[in-house]
Ligand binder design. Structure first.
Ligand code: HEC
Ligand code: HEC
Ligand code: HEC
Length: 409
């Protein structure tokens, strides 16, 4: 009896997966219609929209030809390499039609119908309008063709199969379109369209589950970026003016953007019109605030804080000020700095380990830099100084352990 039930359940499961896979794998018609030549305006609009989607960020290697692909996106399942988007016939999008490009953006499928990995954020891009997709297509066709073959992905079994992608898509992906909210102002809706669609902010600012699907992605309640170990904080309930300054200039009165967000600002948001940046900032700040993550705040040894203070006075106070007040509007304050007081400590540890620059933007053309301390200080010392800056001068955030520093390093 039990055997029978098990085999019926198994048969049903196999049938469901097969159906879903068939729906995902079958081809479509009408993809080879040629499109009329675009106007210069359309190409310029496409260039702007490609900035908003930061296509270049993933589709360009360091020092490589723009949009020629080759950059690896590290995921917990392996590395996915972004392909060549230039109009080269043999290795790029040279033979792609506009409907095929739209199907990639909207349905996550390649020219030959292959299902694409969601490291390409089509779960967001599906909200992009047909007209905007066509403008991006026109812009990409205007680029100089670069002959550069695509690198095969390096994914572990079973994630390297079309069948597992078909199942993933059945669980996490529905092609969609952006529906404006008639109760909201036009700029809120413009912000929502850019944030949910091209901006793909939820790719980092929403938590992911074990299979890499975004959880509750409309809320942008904060998420740890796997492999890179940076924490993209929750943005709901924040200050829209501070957000707009961070997104446009890379700096605000209370600190600067760092790590993966510095790249987003450098390549994408700092190039957008002020009105679009403000619309995005206004929209994300209007989201429901994330509930503060409660971390058990273990007491910390006075001797550790003491060590932290001595390290701070010796290595950090010159720039960040004796009381964490910052200096000259160049070196960010650490006292009262929201990002230093995130419950998740990864970003503070990353800053101390690797240092860095805020992005150079028209509003902040010559950002000051911070040196890395990964060689000068050991894990216990970095934990001590990180704990100190999170608790000194009225700051209140849980301390950091040497083990946490080791994990980030
Ligand atoms: C976060 C990184 C990332 C961003 C941002 C990104 N892409 Fe991609 N894209 C990828 C990866 C990775 C793939 C490969 C997916 C695969 O092969 O399954 C890809 C695949 C594609 C493909 C399919 C090409 C082919 O040869 O099959 C197109 C078209 C594309 N991207 C266009 C864009 C456009 C347009 C933008 C900006 C609006 C963009 N991408 C932004 C990572 C990205
Ligand atoms: C590649 C990952 C990534 C993407 C995509 C991304 N962010 Fe971020 N973001 C981060 C990380 C990591 C931080 C924290 C580091 C920092 O404070 O600079 C951050 C910080 C921020 C902050 C500052 C939060 C604070 O309270 O200090 C804002 C605002 C923000 N992001 C908005 C956005 C918006 C809007 C988008 C979409 C247009 C976006 N981000 C896309 C990774 C990302
Ligand atoms: C030479 C000057 C300099 C020194 C020395 C220095 N910093 Fe920094 N620090 C900076 C600058 C500039 C930034 C902003 C960098 C950026 O935005 O990428 C920064 C950023 C930070 C941040 C992130 C702040 C934010 O808003 O997210 C932390 C945390 C930090 N520093 C802690 C330290 C600690 C701890 C030390 C000593 C071990 C130290 N710094 C030493 C210049 C310095």
């Amino acid at each position: 009896m039990i055997k029978r039930i098990v085999s019926i359940v198994l048969a049903l499961l196999v049938a469901t997966v097969a159906l879903v896979a068939w729906l995902n794998l079958r081809g479509e018609d009408g993809l080879d219609s040629p499109s009329p030549a675009p106007t210069a305006d359309t190409v310029a609009r496409g260039a702007y929209l490609a900035r908003a989607g930061n296509c270049m960020g993933c589709h360009t290697t360091q020092g490589g030809a723009e949009y020629a692909g080759g950059r690896g996106i590290d995921t917990p399942f392996g590395t996915v390499f972004a392909p060549n988007l230039t109009p080269d016939e043999a290795t790029g999008l040279g033979r792609w039609t506009e409907p095929e490009f739209w199907r990639a953006m909207h349905n996550g499928r390649a020219k030959d119908g292959r299902l694409l990995y969601p490291a390409f954020p089509y779960t967001n891009f599906t909200q992009v309008s047909r007209a905007d997709s066509a403008a991006i297509y026109a812009f990409l066709r205007s680029l100089p063709p670069v002959s550069q073959a695509n690198r095969p992905h390096e994914l572990r079994f079973p994630y390297d199969s079309q069948l597992s992608l078909a199942v993933w898509r059945a669980l996490y992906f529905r092609p969609g379109s952006f529906e404006p909210d008639p109760r909201q102002a036009a700029d809120w809706n413009r912000g929502a369209y850019l944030v949910r669609g091209l901006g793909h902010c939820s790719a980092c600012h929403a938590e992911r589950d074990a299979l890499g699907g975004s959880v509750d992605e409309l809320r942008l309640a904060g998420g740890l970026i796997p492999v890179q170990n940076w924490y993209a904080p929750g943005v709901g309930g924040g200050d829209p003016a501070r957000f707009a300054a961070l997104m446009k200039d890379g700096v605000s009165k209370h600190g600067s953007v760092m790590g993966p967000m510095a790249e987003v600002v450098y390549l994408s948001s700092s190039h957008l019109e002020g009105s679009d940046v403000q619309a995005m900032a206004r929209y994300v700040a209007s989201l429901e605030p994330a509930e503060p993550v409660k971390r058990k705040s273990k007491g910390i040894d006075a001797s550790v804080l003491d060590l932290g203070q001595r390290i701070y006075d010796k290595h950090c106070a010159d720039c960040h000020g004796a009381h964490g007040e910052g200096r000259d509007g160049i070196y960010p304050p650490l006292a009262g700095n929201p990002s230093v007081q995130l419950s998740a400590a990864q970003n503070t540890v990353q800053a101390i380990l690797h240092g860095g620059f805020a992005p150079a933007t028209p509003g902040n053309p010559r950002p000051a830099g911070m040196p890395p301390f990964t060689h000068a200080l050991d894990e216990a010392e970095i934990a001590a100084v990180a704990s100190f800056v999170r608790q000194a001068w009225g700051n209140s955030a849980p301390p950091v352990s040497a083990l946490e520093v080791m994990r980030v390093r």
